[in-house]
Design a protein around this ligand. Sequence first.
Ligand SMILES: Cc1cc2nc3c(=O)[nH]c(=O)nc-3n(C[C@H](O)[C@H](O)[C@H](O)COP(=O)(O)O)c2cc1C
Length: 365
Amino acid sequence: MIDSKSPPVDRIPPGIRGAEDYETLAAQHLAAPTLAYLAGGSGDDRTLRWNREALDRARLKPRVFARLDHASTTVTVLGRPLAHPLLLAPVACQGLVHPGAEVDIAHGAAATDTPLVLSSLATRPLEEVAAAATAGWWYQLWLGADRTDSLARLRRAERAGCSAIVVTVDAAVQLPSRRALRAGFTMPPGLSADPPPCFAHADTPFGRYRAAAVRREDLCWLVETSTVPVVVKGILHEADAGVCRELGVAGVVVSNHGGRTIDGVVASFDALPRIRSVLGDTCAVLFDGGVRSGADVLKAIAAGADAVLIGRLQIFALAVAGALGVAHMLKLLREELALTMAVTGCADLRTARDADLFVTGRGAD
Ligand SMILES: Cc1cc2nc3c(=O)[nH]c(=O)nc-3n(C[C@H](O)[C@H](O)[C@H](O)COP(=O)(O)O)c2cc1C
């Protein structure tokens, strides 16, 4: 089942200087088609590229006389204090790159006080992952047309101790990755631990969309039914953020699915400030898309996020060195974040939004 060039190692590989080095190193451990599937975005990777470019365009503006006596990376998300603002994003089918799959991810996350969001398309049973995820975990749900199935998944996750439900709303239909198609990637059959959510069959894109899209009434139902806070993942338009707030969700993830749904949509970093300004402090605002360093994390927080989700870097670290790689990658990100905070004079992430920490666009050049 594992499709790797050289198997994952059980030590931290030499030469890793920063979290993003795991991305480069992963190429040595993954077969080309698998790498193309993981790394690629929808279509020709434009949005994927824009995610990175938007973060790169933002340039930090240090304050050198700040007092850092009580500086810390702590934040509060959904009412819970976290040691740092990093969470692991839901990433499907992790058994594709490592036999430990989501359980190893959970061990790596636990070792670094990092909560994780477990995908509904996990390759290991959620109870096993929950037992390892001692720093907390949220469950990502695809709200399919079948409420009986959604309810069963919700209750199972609640029983296993998840502390939030994340509903992904941006992937009802996806334009495939040309990079993955060219590389000949196909998903090995039988990877998923649970049957995927069943969506009614439909022939046209509109039909497929209607069968799988999350409607307002579905969200209302979920908010009423769930015993834990509901977070909506995949918001890019500030009007949709307003709808989420009206429907009583506890938080949104500003995300374009790592550029994997439709090529040509806006970079998530560019959508973030307006969404925060519409929501104010009424909802948690999380962010993902293109984060590869601690400086990226600080930029996202200064632009309006309470916390940041890490997608591809976790699967690359898993492919390279299993749980150890995941823990090491997260440790590096945390250290990079703390260092960037020190250099920019940011003592408290909760006030970073008001600190005028970066310039962007033409002003950056
Ligand atoms: C291989 C892969 C699988 C993914 N699977 C899911 C998923 O099952 N559910 C989901 O909501 N998002 C999924 N995502 C999107 C991530 O949660 C996240 O939004 C994205 O990876 C963030 O961008 P980054 O990879 O640049 O950090 C997946 C992303 C990748 C790369």
